[in-house]
Design a protein around this ligand. Structure first.
Ligand code: C6P
Length: 418
């Protein structure tokens, strides 16, 4: 049981009352994207119906109103992650763009030949492929913290992996493909001891846990609005003050400049220096509404609910024969993600069968192909929870899985059967 009034919360999400193939929707794909409460949808409608206009330049009432609400939403983002200032709260499209921004700006001036970037074996492609490019173009070396048999980080060889050549440690806070929560605070301290910076991919943590950038001690934090009840197309890159002050701009053009001549330009104040062109005004304001909604629930309570439902799922999954659940057994070390595999059936086939019952899960490599190779599986099936999910929904999933696995056990090699 959790302290959240889940029945009341569910009423705030119009989509949760729809049916899929005549069955009530059981939405368990929240790690991919969350659903949106009415207040977020309403914020979009209010903006377009009431004060749509461009920001930071108009002298008219609509523009001033839009600018005020846009900047208020930025302040909400800053407060939500405990950032003391908005100077380093840069509004981008998503986690992927946030990480690429760091790779294209900070990394260009701070990483050189022979320097090392320390990642982990569980990174999402978004926190791997940009660093591959930095390594190729700048002659840097990528190193990887390996996994334990329980798919947590194996820190036993850190003295070698983290050394005086390390410039950056970049890792996910919560793994989207395993559910594992990583010790980012400890790794931040260790990184700073050797003079390295730390980037935390918060795509799967900021929506679910109380994340405080000062307590965590990170230099960069990236996250996406769409996984935390907000719209798609808006994300945040937080950069620590002393770092952002010395960063070169990313995209260049309107809005990010102070003064321009034919042959040169000077830069606008922080953080506008990193927001060239007309930004995503409507979705930023709606992300502010999503943050208000999460704050009204309280992030500690959001996490408590996640722990309760994940524990319930871990217990229920034990009844499933020949199903391997990835990640640590201790619920305190995992987010609301159950990633699993059964050799009797390809995860895609499982996903398709569940879909016919109205149950939405994700099946695939979860943008973590190197990790799938490490685990020795082609893909996994993944159920992921959020504030509106109930233990009953977990039971519906597990019952449907039992039926599906019985069916596939009779039709070997993971074929779809008759
Ligand atoms: N993971 C999932 O189903 P974007 O797409 O830029 O909003 O987020 C990228 C990203 C980065 N890091 C982690 C840990 C993530 O989980 C994601 C997005 C989704 O797991 C889509 S692949």
């Amino acid at each position: 049981m959790s302290m959240l009034d889940v029945e009341a919360i569910r009423k705030d999400f119009p989509i949760l009352s729809r049916q899929v193939y005549g069955k009530p929707l059981v939405y368990l794909d929240n790690a991919a994207t969350s659903q949106k409460p009415r207040c977020v949808i309403q914020a979009l409608v209010e903006y377009y119906e009431g004060y749509n206009s461009n920001i930071h330049r108009g002298v008219h009432a609509l523009s001033m109103e839009a600018t005020e609400r846009y900047e208020a939403a930025r302040q909400k983002c800053a407060d939500f992650i405990g950032s003391p200032s908005t100077d380093g709260v840069i509004l981008v499209r998503n986690t992927t763009e946030a990480i690429n921004l760091v790779a294209r700006t900070w990394a260009r001036s701070n990483i050189g030949p022979g320097d090392e970037i320390l990642l982990t074996e569980m990174e999402h492609h978004s926190n791997l492929v940009p660093w591959q490019q930095v390594a190729q173009e700048q002659g840097a070396v990528l190193r990887f913290i390996p996994l334990t048999p329980e798919q947590t980080l194996d820190l036993s060889d850190m003295d070698r992996l983290l050394n005086s050549r390390t410039r950056l440690v970049a890792l996910t806070h919560v793994s989207n493909a395993l559910g594992t929560i990583n010790p980012v605070k400890e790794l931040g301290r260790a990184a700073h001891r050797v003079g390295a910076r730390i980037l935390v991919d918060g795509a799967q943590s900021v929506p679910h846990l109380k994340v405080d950038v000062q307590d965590m001690g990170c230099d960069f934090l990236a996250f996406s609005g769409h996984k935390m009840l907000g719209p798609t197309g808006i994300g945040v890159l937080y950069v620590k003050q002393e770092v952002v002050e010395r960063m070169e701009p990313f995209l260049r053009g309107g809005d990010m400049v102070r003064e321009v001549w034919y042959d040169k330009a000077t830069w606008n104040d922080l953080p506008m220096r990193f927001e060239a062109g007309t930004p995503n005004i409507a979705d930023t304001i709606a992300l502010g509404a999503a943050i208000d909604y999460l704050q009204s629930l309280g992030m500690e309570v959001v996490r408590e609910h996640e722990i309760a439902i994940t524990q319930h799922a871990l217990d229920a999954f034990q009844e499933l024969e020949r199903v391997q659940v990835f990640g640590p057994g201790d619920v305190a070390q995992r987010g609301g993600i159950i990633s699993f595999f059964c050799s009797d059936v390809h995860p895609h086939d499982l996903g398709t069968v569940l879909d016919r019952e109205g149950i939405a899960i994700r099946a695939g490599h979860h943008c973590a192909m190197p990790l799938m190779r490490k685990l020795g599986v082609p893909a996994t099936a993944r159920a992921s929870f959020y504030v509106y999910n109930t233990e009953e929904e977990v039971d519906i999933l597990v019952d449907a899985l039992k039926r599906a696995l019985r069916y596939f056990a009779r039709t070997p090699n993971g074929t779809r059967g008759g």
